[in-house]
Design a protein around this ligand. Structure first.
Ligand code: ADP
Length: 340
C-alpha cells in the first residue's frame, strides 16, 4: 500500500501511457550542466566525458546512476542530451516487458540520442539480454517468423548513450552493470545546495523573491532531496497566498510545514511511524524490513527505497546483518517528538 506522501520523492504525475516517450524538458528542470547544482564530483566526471565525446564526435559513454528517487537522475539525462544537442527518450524497466518494446525507439533514435531507462533493475531478463548488443555494438537482433521459418535479422543502430537509473544498485546483474562506462552514486544534497536549487527555481515558478533564510529553512527539512524541496516550496507558496496574504518568511514556512506533518528534522508521519514501530514493536531492533513493513501495513520496497535511505544517512537507523536497528540519535528524535 503506497499511500501518497507529500514528502515522497516519487514523481506524482508520471505519464504511463507509452512505454517509451520522447520528452521535452519540463520547464522547472535545469537544462544545462551549469544549472544542475550540487553533485560536484559527478558534474566534473560528466563534463569531461561530454567534452571528449563532442571532440571525437562519438556518443557519450553509457552512464549508470544509482541513488534514492528525487535526486536528479532523470534531470541529468535531459541535461546530457541537451549538452550533446540531441534528444532524450525516457522509459522505465517495468514498462518494458519484451525486447521488441524497444525496437521502435532504438530504430528511430538519431546519432548521439540519449535513452534513459529508469528503474533499470526491474528490466526483465529477456529485455536485458536484448540491450547488451545494442549497448556494445549498436545493433539488435530480432527474430522474424516462428518455428521452422524463424530467422534472426540483425539491425544496425545509430550510436546512442544509455543512461540507466536505479534505486537499488545491488539488484543489477553484474553483466549489465559492467556495460556502463560511468557508474555513479548520486548522494543526498547539502542544505546549502538545496537552497541554491530553490533560489534557481523561484523565477521559473513565477514567484517573487524569497529571503534566503526562508529558503534555507525549507531546504533543511527536505531530506537532502531536490524534488521534496521543490514540492515543499510550492506548498509554502500556497499557504502564504491563502492564509498569510502572500507573506513569505520563516514563521510562514514553519506553519505551512507543520500543516503538512513535517517536523523540524524534515521527517514526516511515515518516517516517524517507521521509527516508532521499530522502537516499540521490535524493541529497537534488529528487525527485518519485511517484518516492519508488515506491521506498518506498508510495502517493503517503498520503505527500502523511500524511507530508509534518509533515516540511515541522517543517523537515526543502522543496518546490521541481523536487520534494522534504531540508533541513539533515533531514540532521542522520538523522545523529542513526544516532548514536542
Ligand atoms: P529522479 O529522476 O532522481 O527521481 P528528477 O530528475 O526527476 O529525480 O528530479 C526531481 C526534481 O528535482 C526535478 O524537478 C528537478 O528540476 C530537480 N532537480 C534535481 N536535481 C537537481 C539539481 N542538481 N539541480 C537543480 N534541480 C534539480
Amino acid at each position: 500500500m503506497a499511500r501518497e506522501r507529500i514528502i515522497s520523492p516519487d514523481e506524482q504525475s508520471v505519464d504511463n501511457e507509452a512505454t517509451v516517450r520522447e520528452t521535452s524538458t519540463h520547464s522547472i528542470r535545469p537544462t544545462t550542466l551549469d544549472q544542475y547544482l550540487g553533485q560536484a564530483e559527478l558534474r566534473e566526471r560528466l563534463s569531461v566525458a561530454l567534452e571528449a565525446a563532442k571532440d571525437r564526435d562519438d556518443p557519450m559513454e553509457h552512464v549508470l546512476l544509482y541513488g534514492p528517487p528525487g535526486l536528479g537522475k532523470t534531470t541529468l539525462a535531459h541535461v546530457i542530451a541537451n549538452e550533446l544537442g540531441t534528444r532524450a527518450w525516457v522509459t522505465s524497466g517495468p514498462a518494458l516487458t519484451k525486447g521488441s518494446d524497444l525496437v521502435g525507439t532504438l530504430t528511430r533514435m538519431e546519432p548521439g540520442d540519449v535513452l534513459f531507462i529508469d528503474e533499470i533493475h526491474r528490466l526483465p531478463a529477456s529485455v536485458e539480454e536484448y540491450i547488451y548488443p545494442a549497448m556494445e555494438d549498436y545493433k539488435i537482433d530480432f527474430t522474424l517468423d516462428s518455428g521452422m521459418h524463424a530467422r534472426v535479422v540483425t539491425y544496425a543502430l545509430q550510436p546512442f548513450t544509455l543512461i540507466g537509473a536505479t534505486t537499488r544498485a545491488g539488484l543489477l546483474t553484474g553483466a549489465l552493470r559492467s556495460r556502463f562506462g560511468i557508474v555513479h552514486n548520486i548522494r543526498f544534497y547539502e542544505t546549502d545546495e538545496l537552497t541554491s536549487i530553490l533560489k534557481q527555481a523561484i523565477p521559473k515558478l513565477d514567484m517573487d523573491t524569497v529571503d534566503e533564510q526562508s529558503l534555507h529553512c525549507i531546504a533543511s527539512r527536505s531530506r537532502g532531496t531536490p524534488r521534496i524541496a521543490l514540492r515543499l516550496l510550492r506548498r509554502v507558496r500556497d499557504f502564504s497566498q491563502v492564509r498569510c496574504d502572500h507573506r513569505f518568511d520563516q514563521s510562514v514556512v514553519n506553519e505551512a510545514l507543520k500543516l503538512e506533518g513535517i517536523d523540524d528534522a524534515g521527517l514526516d508521519t511515515l518516517d516517524r511511524t517507521y521509527l516508532e514501530t521499530l522502537s516499540t514493536v521490535y524493541e529497537g531492533g534488529p528487525a527485518g524490513v519485511e517484518a516492519i513493513a508488515a506491521t506498518m501495513g506498508e510495502d517493503a520496497g517503498t520503505l527500502q527505497d523511500v524511507v530508509e535511505p534518509y533515516l540511515l544517512q541522517a543517523g537515526y537507523l543502522s543496518r546490521t546483518r541481523q536487520g534494522r536497528k534504531i540508533t541513539e540519535l533515533g531514540i532521542k528524535r522520538l523522545e523529542q517528538q513526544i516532548k514536542g
